[in-house]
Design a protein around this ligand. Structure first.
Ligand code: NDP
Length: 254
């Protein structure tokens, strides 16, 4: 008999911001390894289209509209999942955004918006999921950070602050939730081609600088995140918690 330590059959996974980009790629990877997938985002059209694509591959998936900055919507989201599926086993806390500006041009509203989605949103969804996972005495939380949570980069004031905060939340939650058989880790990607970075990577000189900053001399693709997310979502990572896994072609190791 063949057994796989990466098998996610019978597990229920919530991916916030799973309608496109990195979240969609991760939802598909988890689904391909057997998990039932719930996609949450604000834009219902894109969310439902993403679910259709997953269903088309034979993946069990459904969509729930929720803004991660709204506590009531987040609590309803987790309640809906538990009522419908009976558990919430895996959380990919992924919804995020960026406003890149020089420090002196960052508006207070830019700061508030980025911190609200990237940090308050991660907190609200993580808290709601943890309450359920503590009851189950099982859970895998994967926060999506960024290399800019670990290294300095111009024009990333609010984004880098939010991602550094995510790294610390990851370590704190790992310690607090370990007695409940819940692991908490973060994936910190380098540049990955998605709707969020498409325009930024279009600039030829900037693109080349980014490529040169990596050891592997390329930007990342969605498929580069398949293995890391399945590893951290599965029992293959049972003794791994509180870690920030940089998936960046070697950028932060240089
Ligand atoms: P995209 O812009 O391609 O996708 C963002 C997703 O988040 C969408 O599904 C969007 O849907 C959702 N979202 C945004 N705001 C909210 C909100 N308030 N409530 C619920 N959902 C929301 O981004 P990426 O895929 O590029 O990025 C995903 C994550 O990966 C982010 O946390 C980002 O910081 C991180 N990351 C990305 C990197 C990259 O190079 N692309 C590198 C490192 C980290 P909708 O707008 O409909 O709500």
């Amino acid at each position: 008999m063949k057994i796989s330590i990466f098998d996610l059959s019978g597990k229920v996974a919530l991916v916030t911001g799973g309608s496109k980009g990195i979240g969609f790629g991760m939802a598909r990877s988890l689904g391909r390894h057997g998990a039932q997938v719930v996609i949450a985002s604000r834009g219902a059209d894109a969310g439902k289209a993403a679910v259709e694509k997953l269903n088309g591959e034979g993946i069990k998936a459904f969509y729930v509209a929720a803004d991660v900055t709204n506590k009531e919507e987040v609590d309803d989201l987790v309640e809906t999942i538990v009522n419908r599926c009976g558990s919430l086993d895996i959380l990919v806390n992924n919804a995020g955004m960026n406003i890149r500006k020089p420090l002196v041009e960052v508006e207070e509203s830019d700061w508030d918006q980025v911190l609200s989605v990237n940090l308050k949103g991660i907190f609200l969804v993580g808290q709601a999921a943890a309450k359920q996972m503590m009851k189950q005495k099982y859970g895998k939380i994967i926060n999506i950070s960024s290399i800019f949570g670990s290294v300095g980069m111009a024009f990333q004031t609010s984004y880098a602050a939010s991602k550094g905060g995510i790294n610390q939340l990851t370590r704190v939650w790992a310690d607090e939730l370990a007695p409940y058989n819940i692991t908490v880790n973060a994936i910190a990607p380098g540049y990955i081609r998605t709707p969020m970075t498409a325009g930024w990577l279009d600039d030829a000189e900037r693109y080349q600088n980014i490529v040169n900053a990596t050891m592997q001399k390329r930007v990342g693709e969605l498929s580069d995140l398949d293995g890391p997310v399945v590893f951290l979502a599965s029992d293959a990572s049972a003794y791994v918690t509180g870690q920030i896994l940089h998936v960046d072609g070697g950028w932060t190791a240089k």
